[in-house]
Structure formats: structure tokens, C-alpha cells
Design a protein around this ligand. Structure first.
Ligand code: HEC
Ligand code: HEC
Length: 428
């Protein structure tokens, strides 16, 4: 991009033009004051649209960050193509029906009209891997980035990589189940990352068994480093502005810490991640395709607000009563405090404070595998959207969350207090 294309430069040029036309006004007959006023109005409108330049500067990194979040692999094709050989599996065995069945999503807005019609009238074959390759060529598979080359007159998938959107975006299903407009920041709880990785021909049977044990909506972001198997629920990437302890164990003080961790150690992007507290020290490649992108990527994530509950999705009167339970008898507010419903900025909690432990299936405490060995009080906005709950997904519903607290913390809540509290949680 040329410097003169930046929003700031556009604003400055437009402002200069408006000011210039203002100077011209007096020489052009007609209503002099009216013409001057209109130039002044234009200038004022431009100034406010440009926000005196600062809004333009805020928007630019957010827009760049959106592109990075959706489409940047940081060079991780090295892992997904050269090591795991996923391009071979996809082009030979993954038709769109299979892709949708493991939770991959299709961006309807990336589909040209002819493809939309073809899907509608059945002339596009959803049982052919060649269609998946065609969708990748259109950049329409959310979170997967393919390189498609023409070899002997045929489209061939030669490289594939993954982006942040694979796990942290879904679609609104407005076209068909699994096909619709992107919803960035919404965790993809249909996605079965373990089952997808287990398709790789490069893994041993023992390792594939671990990947296949996770199930939809879960991923263990430490298994490849510490060899322990305790998958985490894929969390939302929205509603994190103002929170300065990142992930369920509060390992980092800002999103960029964890973005670098995932980008390098999980996605396989080119760059380095070093964490003395866990002994993780990974460098991929000899170049760094991550560091320069972290500020814009973080700015985009911080711009994603938690989605408000759909109207009619909770009982407002019960929710009002439930708020009192949250603040009083339930003692929830002692940890879920402030506008984001978390005390994360002042303290973390020992595993004994987390009602979600012990881990299911005999897995070791997730905190014990982290940098802090503790848990962050989870922020609660947008809860309605992302069942199941807790880092390990042990509570399938908000009713189950309340039941767990009532039992483990011996709160002695009545059934109606519990149901009111669940309604309140649905309203956040
Ligand atoms: C394969 C799936 C997967 C991919 C790809 C992925 N993440 Fe995540 N992400 C997770 C999981 C699982 C966690 C939960 C980690 C934990 O709590 O220990 C997580 C946690 C997070 C969090 C923490 C949210 C919080 O509550 O503090 C953010 C932010 C995030 N990811 C952003 C990203 C970004 C940005 C990328 C791309 C660089 C990315 N993720 C790629 C699975 C993924
Ligand atoms: C002692 C501090 C503490 C108290 C008191 C507390 N919580 Fe929590 N809460 C936490 C921690 C820590 C987590 C994260 C646990 C995890 O991820 O496994 C959490 C997680 C949650 C979650 C899961 C959020 C998600 O995104 O999955 C919900 C919902 C919740 N708490 C609701 C409540 C309610 C309702 C009460 C009152 C009955 C309450 N909490 C009381 C510390 C507390």
C-alpha cells in the first residue's frame, strides 16, 4: 500500500480540497455566505469523519488485524503442508460434506453467484474433493488458506495452512447449515480440530488416538509440548477489552502474548515463543512472520464486543431476581466483579477455587500445566452464546454451572434462586 492510500492521507487531501474550495467561494457570485457555509460544513463533516485523524489511525490497525485474523497463516504451511501433509488428505479425501461434518465453515460472502446457484440446484457436487479445492481457491473455507495451482490444466491444492479464524470464527448459517456470514470471535464449537489433525498421514497411531479423543469444540494447546492430554473448550475471542490476564490460567498480560504462543507453537507460524515459566522455547523458520502483525491483530480482537443476548432468550423478571442472588446469596460477585465480571486484573485463583476441577477422565489439573498454575475468574459477557462452560467444558448449560456452584460451595440456594440465577447469566 502506498503511503498516500492511508485513510489519514485521504482525509488530509479531502480537507485540503475543502479548504481550497472555501477560498474560491467569494469569486463565484451566488449566495456568498451560503457557499462559504457549505464549504465549512463539508470541512466540519470531514474533520469529524476523520476524527481529527485519530479515528482514522485507530481504524487502520483494526482493519489490518481483521485480515490477519481471517487470512494470515504466518507461514504455517510449513507445519500443515510440509510436515502434516494435510494438502494430500484434503485434495483426495475431504469433500465439502465431510468438511462440514467436522465443523469447517464456509463463508457465503466469498461465493460467486454461479457457485451459489450451483449449490442450490445441486450442480455443484458436494461429495467431490475437487469442490473443496474450488472453495479453497475462492478463499471461502473459514480458517483454511489454500494455494491452488493449475497443473496439466487441472486445479491442484499444493499448500494449505490455518488461520486464527479456524477456531475463533463461525458463520451465521444464513445460507445453509455451516454456510453463511462470518462471525469473528465466536468460538467454533462444531469444529473438531483433533479429528482434522488425526487425518494426517504423518502421525503415529498413538498420537492420532489422542487427537481423536478430544471431540468437537475442544483443543489442547499444550499437548504437543508437554504430552499431557486435557483438551480445553475453544473460548470466545470477543469481550476481552480491559482484561489484562489472558486465557483461562491468566498466563499473559495482553492478548499478544497468547497470540504469539498459538501462532508459533500451535499453528506452526514462523517466529519465536519463549516462556521460562513453562520451559517452552520454540522457533520455527529463520524468518519472523508474526511479531510485526501482533499489534494490529490485538487491536482487532479488542474491537470485538461480546454479542448481546437475542431478544426473548431469557426471562427478564427472573433475571432481575437472579442478579440479587448473584450479588448476595450466591456470592458470585466476590470474584466476578466489575464491568467485565472478573477480578482478573487484581488476582488469580488457586485450583481449589475453581469448581471445574478435578479434570474429567483423570487428566492432570490444567492449571498445573500453565505458566501461573492458577485460574483466572472467567469474564461472563456473552455467556448465552458459548456453552459448554468452564475451561474443560464440564458444565453443559448455565443451569449446570449454577448447580455445580451450589453443591461445591454449599451455597444452600433454593430451586427458584438457582433458576433465577441461571436466567441472569443468560442475560449478560
Ligand atoms: C486449533 C484451534 C485454535 C487456533 C487455530 C487458535 N486458537 Fe485461540 N484458543 C484456542 C484454545 C483451545 C484456547 C484456550 C486456551 C486456554 O485457556 O488455555 C484459546 C485461547 C485464545 C484466547 C484467549 C481468550 C481469553 O479468554 O483470554 C485468545 C484471545 C485467542 N485464543 C486468540 C487466538 C488467535 C489470535 C489465534 C491466531 C493467532 C488463535 N487464537 C488460534 C484454540 C485455538
Ligand atoms: C472464588 C472465586 C469465584 C466465585 C465465588 C465464583 N466464581 Fe465463577 N469462576 C471462577 C473461576 C476461577 C472460573 C474459571 C473456571 C474454569 O474456567 O474452569 C469461573 C468460571 C465461571 C463460569 C464459566 C464461564 C465460561 O466462560 O465458561 C461461570 C458461568 C461462572 N463462573 C459463574 C459463577 C456464578 C454464577 C457464581 C456464583 C454462584 C460464581 N461463578 C462464583 C471464580 C469464581
Amino acid at each position: 500500500m502506498r503511503a498516500s492510500d492511508t485513510p489519514r492521507a485521504v482525509c488530509i487531501n479531502a480537507l485540503a480540497a475543502a479548504a481550497h474550495s472555501g477560498h474560491q467561494q467569494p469569486r463565484r457570485g451566488r449566495s456568498r455566505s451560503g457557499m462559504v457555509l457549505s464549504a465549512a460544513v463539508v470541512t466540519a463533516a470531514l474533520l469529524s469523519a476523520c476524527g481529527g485523524d485519530s479515528d482514522a489511525e485507530d481504524q487502520a490497525p483494526i482493519a489490518q488485524g481483521q485480515q490477519i485474523f481471517r487470512f494470515d497463516t504466518f507461514g504455517d504451511e510449513t507445519q500443515w503442508t510440509d510436515t502434516l501433509r494435510m494438502h494430500e488428505v484434503i485434495r483426495t479425501a475431504v469433500d465439502p460434506v465431510t468438511a462440514l461434518s467436522v465443523g469447517l465453515k464456509v463463508d457465503a460472502e466469498a461465493l460467486p453467484a454461479a457457485v451459489v446457484t450451483g449449490i442450490q440446484n445441486g450442480s455443484v457436487d458436494l461429495k467431490s474433493p475437487a469442490t473443496t479445492v474450488a472453495l479453497l481457491k475462492l478463499n471461502a473455507v473459514v480458517g483454511l488458506k489454500g494455494t491452488v495451482e493449475t497443473i496439466n490444466g487441472k486445479d491442484v491444492l499444493t499448500r494449505v495452512g490455518v488461520t486464527c479464524a479456524l477456531c475463533h470464527s463461525t458463520v451465521d448459517n444464513s445460507f445453509a447449515p455451516g454456510i453463511g456470514k462470518r462471525l469473528d470471535g465466536w468460538p467454533n464449537r462444531d469444529l473438531d480440530p483433533g479429528a482434522i489433525i488425526a487425518l494426517s498421514p504423518a502421525l503415529s497411531a498413538a498420537v492420532k488416538a489422542v487427537y481423536n479423543s478430544w471431540g468437537p469444540g475442544k483443543y489442547d494447546p499444550r499437548f504437543n509440548l508437554d504430552g499431557k492430554n486435557g483438551p480445553q473448550v475453544i473460548p470466545p475471542a470477543y469481550g476481552l477489552a480491559g482484561i489484562h490476564k489472558i486465557i483461562s490460567t491468566g498466563d499473559g498480560d495482553d492478548l499478544a502474548y497468547w497470540n504469539r504462543y498459538v501462532g508459533v507453537t500451535q499453528m506452526g507460524g514462523h517466529g519465536s515463543f519463549v516462556e521460562p515459566r513453562t520451559g517452552v522455547n520454540v522457533t520455527n523458520g529463520t524468518d519472523d512472520l508474526i511479531t510485526a502483525k501482533l499489534p494490529a491483530l490485538q487491536a482487532y480482537q479488542l474491537s470485538l464486543a461480546a454479542p448481546p443476548p437475542p431478544s426473548g432468550s431469557f426471562d427478564a423478571a427472573a433475571s432481575d431476581r437472579g442478579k440479587l442472588v448473584f450479588n448476595n446469596a450466591g456470592k458470585c460477585v466476590t470474584c466476578h466483579s466489575g464491568t467485565e465480571f472478573t477480578d482478573a486484573n487484581s488476582r488469580l485463583h488457586p485450583p481449589s477455587d475453581a469448581v471445574s476441577e478435578p479434570e474429567p477422565n483423570g487428566a492432570p489439573s490444567y492449571a498445573s500445566r500453565s505458566a501461573t498454575k492458577q485460574y483466572r475468574t472467567a469474564p461472563l459477557k456473552g455467556l448465552w452464546q458459548h456453552a459448554p462452560y468452564f475451561h474443560n467444558g464440564t458444565a453443559p448449560t448455565l443451569e449446570a454451572v449454577v448447580q455445580t456452584y451450589n453443591t461445591k460451595q454449599a451455597l444452600g440456594l433454593t430451586p427458584s434462586q438457582m433458576s433465577d440465577l441461571a436466567q441472569y447469566l443468560k442475560s449478560l
